[in-house]
Every structure is written in C-alpha cells, then in structure tokens.
Design a protein around this ligand. Structure first.
Ligand code: SF4
Length: 238
C-alpha cells in the first residue's frame, strides 16, 4: 500500500497524479485516495450539486460502498432531497449518511432567535454546517470535496491535495481542473440524475433561505447569500 499523506506528515507532492483523460486527473486522484486511506478514514462530503453528481459516479466506479456525508441542515430545497433519493436508487451500494445539526430549527430559534440566517448567516452556517462536518470527519484522515478552481477567486489555487487547517485533515479535490461545461457534459453523457433546480438558473444550490437563481450562470456562486458580502459557508475558509 502506498503511504497515506496525513495532516501530521503533510508535505506537498508535485506530480503525484496523472492528468488522466478525459477526467483531468480526477479518476487518478480518487483511485489513489481509496487505495491509501482505509475506508473508515476517508469520506466524501457532498451537497449533491452538479459537481457532486460527477464525483459520486466516479467514486462509485472505484469504491462502490464508499461513505458519503450530506450535511442535512433541514433547510434544503425539496429538489435536493429528491435528487438524493434518485442517487440512492441509482447507486444502492453507496453508504449515504444525512448528518443533522445538534439543534433542530426550533431549538436554534429558541437559542439565537428566528431566521438566524438573515441576521447572522455565519453563525447559522457554523451551527448547521461547520460543527456537523467537524463531528463527521473528526476521526477521518481525509475528506473529499467537489471544489473547482474556476468557481471563484478564493478557489483558484486549490490543489488535488490540500492541508486543511480548519479541520486538521487532508482535503482532496479531484475536480479542480474541470469546467462547468465539462461537468454537464459528463452528467448528460452518463444520464445521471441531477437537481432539477439546475434547469431553473440555480448553478450552485445550498439552503433555500440563502440561494437565489442567477441571471448570469457564468458566475456560478452569485446566487449564494446574494446581497451580502458572504461567499462561503465556512467549510472551505480558515
Ligand atoms: Fe443557515 Fe443559510 Fe448557512 Fe444554510 S446556508 S446554514 S440557512 S446561513
């Protein structure tokens, strides 16, 4: 077995992966990851957006019983829960875990007031996303994410392997070189289920109070927390 890279023994290793075609390195990265990390030490945290669907299909080819976590904030669109059900039917061997926050929406409202996402979205994301992910990956060595470099300036320097200071972990990003068009070409070519909101000008889909349709789909993150300075939920910021 090849040596696993961990947070503790981290060192950037250039040229570790082949730029396999047509996957732009994604298959090679995933194959390596599921070889070097024991299955209880690696997880894919998916939002079941378009990138997530591609990753799920690739992961399933390599590790049919892979562990996938969905952060179920209880504030997702019905279409998001629909696509998860479709994925569960299409890939029944995958182990899809819906991780809920410690606080229900009612308990959150009692503690912080109603509609926390309007007043303090960072606090809301912390309670409903960051803490649950920390709990979910606390005993893992590595987690997989669907970040792509073209999504935003803050993601432009993402590597296949990243030392994740926030979760003291290795963050694996197989899709960094993929374009939005390539994501969709893959989904269509493999006739994969996808979130129907993508057909209605929602390129990036999160919780319904914080996700709007966009006029220009070239800016894939524009519909998230629109009208505020917030651009990330906090999972990918230090
Ligand atoms: Fe709360 Fe919005 Fe963050 Fe969802 S995306 S956890 S509703 S602030």
């Amino acid at each position: 077995m090849k040596t696993a890279i961990t947070y503790e023994n981290w060192q950037p290793i250039p040229h570790l992966f082949k730029m396999d075609e047509p996957f732009k390195g994604a298959y090679s990265v995933l194959e390596w990851a599921y070889q070097v990390y024991p299955e209880e030490k690696i997880v894919y945290a998916s939002s079941f957006g378009a990138e997530g669907i591609v990753l799920i299909d690739l992961i399933h080819q390599i590790k049919p019983d892979a562990h996938i976590i969905f952060l179920d904030t209880a504030l997702h669109f019905p279409e998001t829960y629909d696509v998860i059900e479709k994925i569960e039917r299409r890939f029944p061997t995958l182990r899809i875990e819906k991780k809920k926050p410690a606080l229900t929406l009612e308990q959150q409202a009692e503690k912080y007031g109603t509609a926390l996402w309007k007043r303090e979205p960072n606090q809301c994301c912390h309670v409903r996303k960051v803490i649950p992910l920390r709990e979910a990956i606390g005993k893992k060595v590595a987690w997989i994410s669907g970040l792509r470099r073209e999504q935003s300036p803050s993601r432009a320097h993402t590597e296949f392997l990243n030392k994740d200071e926030k979760f003291k972990n290795i963050k694996i990003c197989p899709l960094i070189h993929w374009t939005w068009d390539e994501i969709w070409a893959y989904i269509k070519a493999h006739e994969l289920p996808y979130n129907e909101l993508h057909d209605h000008h929602y390129p990036s889909i999160g919780c319904f109070p914080c996700t709007q349709p966009v006029a220009n789909e070239g800016d894939s993150r524009a519909g998230r927390w629109s009208g505020s300075s917030k651009t990330e939920c906090g999972l990918h910021t230090s």
